[in-house]
Design a protein around this ligand. Structure first.
Ligand code: SF4
Length: 735
């Protein structure tokens, strides 16, 4: 079949359904020939349970499970919810196989050999609780409660599963704070420095846009259901610009792809703003009414050369002029700022510059325009503090560890946090995360996790690289084996997660585990007797206007399963911004306080690299793969067959190194080396290589037990303590 733009985008959105119906997804359906379709229908006969996908994904699909005799047999999208439609993505369609995967851990185990030797013996839960509680108590007595640290990220995005369950426990024992600033934070601070909020308009209003700008975002991987809204807009004439160092699926179908050098977006936007202002293409009326210190921007841009900026960004003049044309002709331009672009040393400054450019164009305050980044309307509408039982914490002076700096915090000789010495960590309990795959500088993380004086407990539902180096491993239930509630961080829907099945084997939900561990520690607080339903009610007791103004309460959400929360529409139409001045601020005191230029900071990624890294020839970007969610779904054989151990290199760079398609190559820097399979393609420009984020060492087919994050930087981004994975330089050679 020949794909045109429209059919291509539809096929991206429908990939999961296509795969499922053709019988390619084991565990969902085994139908291979037409006559066996009755097997599929048989799997769809049973009780229906609604449960939202809790992956770290802006779509937050509402799923509909069929359950027969206590076993989930089929999963599909809840068609009654417009954004999900009938079909989750290719990952969501494998949830039956994911849940019943053969490598589920079904009982607790403790190691019987040296750490990492892979020798385990089965123990009971009582035994496990006794050992963990005993060790934690002795560590607290000897080293203080700050010596115990949680590690987790986004393996479960529920209000209970991600936060409430574990944080009640860690608050009670006054554990070290873990700052989970992997994503979003640099961008949030950058956006807030300009607009005073990181919230944006309803993405469903993109159907009214006449220009969609996808900036550092791969919709096909982490926002696939949003593509249908863009398609609707495109059918009405909306243009699409993609600003991204990578040719994403949407970029290959866009009206314009600005393939700039990674991290140089501020320079490109400065050039655009200068051109617009010099040529009277800016929206003077909007600027006068809604912004402050425009003269400071004009003054700074007088010192900027368009040619120099374009040279730094590596954007040609034709593309530049086409961008200006499309942008200044648009009446309703919607800017989608992605989470990829902000994982850079320049990430916060890039986000700020995007907001300022959109103000110069006057693109806020109407249905169909605006800038979307980290929409917290639905996610943040509940009372998270109550669910977390923050009042249980009595000691707030235990110090913080930034999740990106895990290797530094676990250093046995000179542990540090935020560039200052910190107390040593003596115990780490990880859940909802796999540090040996997702933390940067994995070699050091693994080396330190193997410290004999570090007690490591892993709570997860399948074996992975971090579980290998634990003292005790515990079987977690999947999200489908318990109940929860949460909103999307993209769309505006608040959604339920009704329990689909009972926990498999001896596995326990996050809340069952942490509440029982608290009791094993001897805590008798009534908070540890509460149920998931109690916590969902607490979440819903919030007086947030996003709930109240839409008349959403516990009874209604439990009955209706999903409800759109309230938000001002058009967003920011009242011209009241959350900044100190109440206007969009072209000059920011916050940026000045952070020692950046208060208007546009033109610093570069290389400024923050040590010379050893700065001189390496390639910037390595490692975004998400369509068929993975961080380090998840490796337990699904069908998904595992999609390559996650590739490095894409431009044909010119490949030729210069004698590298051909499918060659085994060594990618390396001062942090380590990774063996990958070369893909030669102009999907990336010269000087850039593309790898896959958070892949697991154990499945690398090159047999080298290496993974992408052995190379990535653990230095923090410019704002918000955010990670900066994409500010990593490497070299590459044929292996
Ligand atoms: S990963 Fe995202 S797109 Fe896929 S099912 Fe979950 S929420 Fe939907």
């Amino acid at each position: 079949m020949k794909l045109n733009r429209r059919s291509f985008l539809q096929s991206v959105g429908a990939a999961g359904a296509t795969a499922s119906l053709s019988g390619l997804v084991p565990g969902v359906t085994n139908a291979k020939v037409r006559g066996e379709n009755r097997d599929i229908m048989a799997k769809r006969q049973g009780d229906i349970v609604y449960h939202s996908c809790l992956r770290n994904c802006a779509d937050r699909c509402l799923l509909k499970f069929t359950v027969q005799n206590g076993r989930a047999t089929y999963v599909e999208g809840a068609a009654e919810q417009r954004k999900t439609g009938t079909c989750p993505c290719v990952k969501g369609m494998t949830y039956i196989q994911y849940t019943y995967s053969p490598d589920r851990i079904l009982h607790p185990m403790e190691r019987v050999g040296p750490k990492g030797s892979g020798k385990w013996r089965r123990i009971s839960w009582d035994d496990a609780y006794g050992k963990i509680a005993g060790r934690f108590k002795s560590i607290i007595e000897e080293h203080g409660s700050q010596a115990i640290m949680p590690y987790s990220y986004s393996g479960n995005y529920g209000a209970i599963g991600m936060y409430g369950a574990a944080e009640r426990f860690f608050n009670k024992i006054n554990a070290r704070f873990l700052d989970r600033y992997v994503c979003a934070y640099s961008g949030s601070y950058g956006v807030m420095s300009a607009l005073g909020t990181s919230n944006g308009p309803d993405p469903e209003d993109s159907v009214y846009s006449d220009l969609y700008i996808s900036h550092g975002w791969n919709e096909a991987a982490t926002n696939v259901h949003y593509l249908k809204y863009i398609n609707v807009a495109r059918d009405k004439g909306c243009k699409v610009i993609v600003v991204n160092p990578i040719r994403t699926p949407l970029a290959s179908q866009a009206d314009l792809h600005i393939q700039l050098r990674p991290g140089t977006d501020v320079h490109f936007f400065a050039a655009v703003m200068k051109y617009m202002i010099d040529n009277d293409l800016h929206d003077k009326a909007y600027i006068d009414a809604n912004t402050k210190d425009f003269d400071a921007l004009v003054k700074q841009l007088k010192t900027v050369s368009i040619d120099e900026c374009l040279s730094i960004s590596n954007v040609g003049n034709d593309d530049f002029m086409e961008f200006v044309k499309l942008y200044t002709e648009a009446k309703l331009a919607h800017w989608r700022l992605g989470y990829g672009i902000v994982r850079n040393y320049t990430g916060g400054r890039i986000a700020r510059a995007a907001c300022l450019l959109h103000a110069v164009g006057g693109h806020y305050g109407k249905i169909g325009n605006g800038l979307s980044y980290d929409n917290m309307q639905a996610w943040g509408c509940g009372d998270h503090d109550k669910v977390r039982a923050k009042h249980l914490r009595t000691n707030h002076d235990v110090g913080h560890v930034n999740i990106t700096e895990l290797a530094k915090a676990l250093d046995p000789v000179n542990p540090t946090a935020y560039d200052a010495p910190c107390d040593p960590v003596k115990a780490m309990l990880f859940y909802n995360g796999n540090p040996a795959a997702m933390a940067p500088d994995v070699n050091k993380v693994l080396e330190h996790m193997k410290r004999e004086d570090l007690f490591v407990v892993g709570f997860d539902f399948n074996m992975h690289d971090s579980m290998d180096v634990c003292d005790i491993i515990l079987p977690a239930a999947t999200q489908f084996e318990t109940s929860d509630i949460i909103g999307s961080y993209g769309f505006f829907d608040l959604q339920v997660c009704d329990q689909v099945i009972e926990p498999l084997g001896e596995s326990k939900s996050n809340w069952t585990f942490f509440s029982e561990l608290a009791k094993a520690m001897g805590y008798t607080d009534p908070e540890f007797d509460e149920t998931n339903d109690d916590m969902i009610r607490q979440f819903m007791s919030s007086d947030s206007p996003h709930l109240v103004n839409a008349n959403i309460d516990y009874d209604r959400i439990m009955k209706e399963k999903f409800i759109k929360v309230w938000e001002q529409r058009p967003f920011l139409a009242d011209g009241k911004f959350g900044t100190e001045s109440g206007k969009i601020e072209f000059k920011s005191k916050y940026m000045e306080k952070k020692h950046f230029h208060p208007v546009l900071d033109l610093g570069q990624v290389e400024d923050w690299m040590i010379p050893e890294e700065r001189n390496l020839p390639f910037r390595m970007v490692s975004p998400a793969l369509i068929q993975r969610m961080n380090c998840e779904f490796y337990n699904v054989k069908y998904i595992r067959n999609f390559p996650a151990y590739t490095v894409t290199i431009n044909p010119n760079d490949a030729a210069a190194r004698g590298i051909k398609d499918n060659d085994k190559v060594r990618v390396f820097n001062h942090r380590g080396e990774v063996f990958l399979t070369a893909v030669v393609s102009d999907q990336v420009d010269t000087g850039v290589v593309l790898t896959v984020k958070n892949n697991l060492r154990r499945f690398n087919p090159n047999g080298s037990q290496t993974c992408t994050n052995m190379l990535t930087t653990d230095r923090l981004a410019d704002l918000g303590g955010c990670s900066a994975y994409h500010s990593t330089n490497v070299d590459i050679q044929k292996a």
